[in-house]
Ligand binder design. Structure first.
Ligand SMILES: *[C@@H]1O[C@H](CO)[C@@H](O)[C@H](O)[C@H]1NC(C)=O
Ligand SMILES: *[C@@H]1O[C@H](CO)[C@@H](O)[C@H](O)[C@H]1NC(C)=O
Length: 158
């Protein structure tokens, strides 16, 4: 691309970004169920992919999970040498009942019951920018990241 084409493209993108908030607010909250404190403009904060990652030092016994929402059972999954990332994609509901995914996780006797891996109140905000929510089981607990690199510990195994 020539530099003037780049300038035109850049100008076009900025123009769209500048007018889009006004276009989207023109609809002025048509649904009264929509929570007003969520009205800040977050166009990329709708589609999410939640990952459950096996970050343990060994597979014996294997890391096992079972995840579900109110209306979906995502089944039981056992991690192994060739299966380290179980993930699923969804659109987060903007009206109640809000999207909520939970998981049971265990590696032998180490376990966590009914961990919230996605909810409107917390996790949606944590992974809003990337749209990717990573939960990684490790030897000492369950870690969270929104970029698959800067993980922080959220839970210790029971
Ligand atoms: C899934 O795992 C749970 C234990 O977490 C077990 O009770 C259940 O029977 C399993 N379901 C299937 C279909 O294997
Ligand atoms: C997450 O990072 C690990 C390396 O730490 C890599 O093996 C894996 O493919 C990454 N997963 C995704 C979905 O990017």
């Amino acid at each position: 691309m020539s530099s003037s084409t780049w300038q035109q493209a850049t100008f076009c993108v900025f123009t769209i970004l500048a007018i889009f908030p006004f276009l989207s607010s023109a609809g002025a909250n048509p649904n009264p169920m929509m929570p007003t404190q969520e009205d800040k403009w977050r166009p990329f904060c709708h589609e999410f992919r939640v990952h459950i990652v096996d970050g343990f030092s060994n597979d014996n016994p294997p890391f096992q999970i079972h995840c579900w929402s109110v209306d979906q059972d995502l089944g039981n999954h056992t991690f192994g040498p060739s299966f380290k990332d179980f993930n699923f994609k969804f659109g987060s509901r903007v009206v109640p009942p809000y999207t909520h995914f939970s998981c049971d996780m265990n590696k032998g006797a180490m376990n966590l019951h009914d961990v919230t891996v996605f909810d409107k109140q917390n996790v949606e905000n944590w992974c809003c920018n990337s749209g990717q929510c990573y939960w990684r089981g490790q030897d000492d607990g369950l870690y969270y990241s929104n970029d698959n690199s800067s993980y922080e510990k959220k839970y210790s195994w029971a």
